[in-house]
Design a protein around this ligand. Structure first.
Ligand SMILES: [Zn+2]
Length: 455
């Protein structure tokens, strides 16, 4: 059975690029019925924090990426790493290096002299308690592997130096810990970002030194910003919690990142998790980097919001609704009336502003009704007509139709005049519903204000 792992370092927030790697691992695991393991690579003690671990776990939970095993913590596996390093020493695949940092610097590409130390010399230095590191003995051979995305990749072995696997304080280096853990956890497919490609020859050299079977690798191309450099905070938010806080749906982010750099039918970009799993294939993963497009993500979120029933929409919108002096029924009506204006949940508070305050005078500057006597008479008529009737959408519409006939207006002009009079701008949700929700008193007050100040 195949086994894959997602192995984030808890040294900050989960980055969009890392989430994409997690998603590809997830899709592959579900498609192949493989086990998905979560391993927290917290060996960098200076930079790893518990808070970062908590955020990463929360982000993954929010995204609905569930794991079959884990989280395992790399920092808790120190004794196992040390045992593996000793194993390599015994097999003469690794050696103790007693060089100082200065001596290392002076080597300038030459082989490390400690490679040639006899067992007796090594024993003697150890008994003198000289500080040492353990280095892997790398053979002069080409290291080749077949990447599921990039195809055949090869590295000249003689270009790799005998890298350190265990530091003088007994802690493992990154590549060593990763290989020891991946082997022990039975990982068959290593799916990760292309930024790890330079680690792969070192890791393969380790598998060979141990005599372990080498897993299959898949290196996913990076996500770029609009200027074709690696996506970073310079371009936009990169942390998952930022997208959560802005009111993107987890489903949108999953769908968008799953299809980023993945060949699919552009006419059908909205795919459920199930459809994405069924469709997953390595042939469709692009070999070249893909560009992040925030506007596309926002557009996609709107498509997801449009799929919700009114009831689902209202329910999900609740946490985003500010405290307001309106009753629940009116709030619900405003939220539903403004559905079209909202692309991400954080845009919800703005839809209430129309109902809370009447815009200040600047909007009158661009008033198309200015100097228009007909507009004035029309609004006066509407004001009087509405003041004496029940305030329902049907009645408001009826009053408008009468006025349009009486003043021989174009419907579009009349609608626009009333809209500017009550909303202060030429953009509003559906006009009659908006007027109705504003209520009679407020509508008449606004028309009055507009006629005094705006005309
Ligand atoms: Zn040395």
């Amino acid at each position: 059975m195949s086994r894959v792992r997602f192995a984030p370092s808890p040294t900050g927030s989960l980055h969009l690029g890392s989430l994409r790697v997690a998603i590809v691992n997830y899709l592959f695991a579900k498609k192949e019925q493989a086990s998905l393991v979560l391993r927290i690579e917290d060996t960098d003690q200076l930079r790893s924090t518990d808070q970062s671990t908590r955020i990463i776990l929360e982000n993954l939970r929010w995204m609905g990426i569930d794991f079959n095993e884990g989280p395992f913590f790399q920092s808790q596996r120190l004794s196992s790493h040390q045992a593996y390093a000793k194993d390599l020493l015994r097999k003469k695949q690794a050696y103790c290096c007693f060089c100082s940092q200065q001596e290392e610097n002076d080597l300038s590409g030459q082989k490390d002299p400690c490679r040639l130390l006899s067992p007796e010399q090594t024993e003697m230095y150890l008994s003198q308690q000289r500080p040492y590191v353990i280095r892997l003995r790398i053979p002069d051979q080409t290291i080749e592997f077949k990447d599921l995305i990039k195809g055949k990749v090869s590295f000249q072995g003689n270009l790799l130096e005998d890298f350190v696997i265990l530091r003088s304080d007994g802690t493992p280096t990154y590549n060593f810990a990763v290989v020891a853990d991946d082997h022990e956890m039975g990982i068959t497919h290593i799916i990760r970002g292309e930024d790890h490609l330079s680690n792969t020859p070192k890791q393969i050299a380790l598998y060979q030194a141990f005599g372990w079977s080498i897993p299959t690798f898949a290196h996913i191309p990076l996500i770029l910003g609009p200027d074709r450099t690696k996506l970073s905070k310079r371009h936009c938010d990169t942390a998952i919690e930022d997208y959560q806080q802005k009111g993107f749906l987890a489903a949108t982010l999953f769908n968008y990142l799953a299809l980023l750099g993945y060949s699919h039918d552009p006419a059908h970009p909205i795919l459920s998790k199930g459809a994405l799993i069924r469709d997953f294939s390595w042939e469709k993963v692009s070999r070249s980097p893909s560009q992040f497009d925030l506007q596309r993500l926002i557009w996609m979120n709107k498509q997801y919001l449009d799929q919700l029933s009114d009831q689902e929409y209202l329910h999900s919108a609740v946490p985003w609704i500010p405290k307001l002096p309106f009753d629940q029924d009116k709030i619900a009506k405003i939220v539903l009336l403004s559905r079209n204006q909202v692309r991400i949940w954080s845009e919800i508070p703005a839809v209430f502003s129309l109902f809370l305050t009447y815009p200040a005078t600047p909007i009158f500057e661009s008033n198309p009704c200015r100097d228009n006597l007909i507009a004035g008479s029309f609004l006066q008529y509407i004001k009087e007509r509405l003041s004496g009737c029940d305030f329902t959408v049907g009645v408001i519409q009826c009053a408008m139709e009468e006025a349009i006939t009486q003043f021989a207006l174009k419907k579009r002009d009349a609608m626009q005049w009333l809209r500017i009079a009550i909303a202060g701008t030429s953009i509003s949700p559906s006009l009659y519903e908006t007027v109705c929700l504003l209520g009679k008193e407020e509508t008449l007050r606004r028309i009055g204000l507009f006629m005094e100040q705006g005309l």
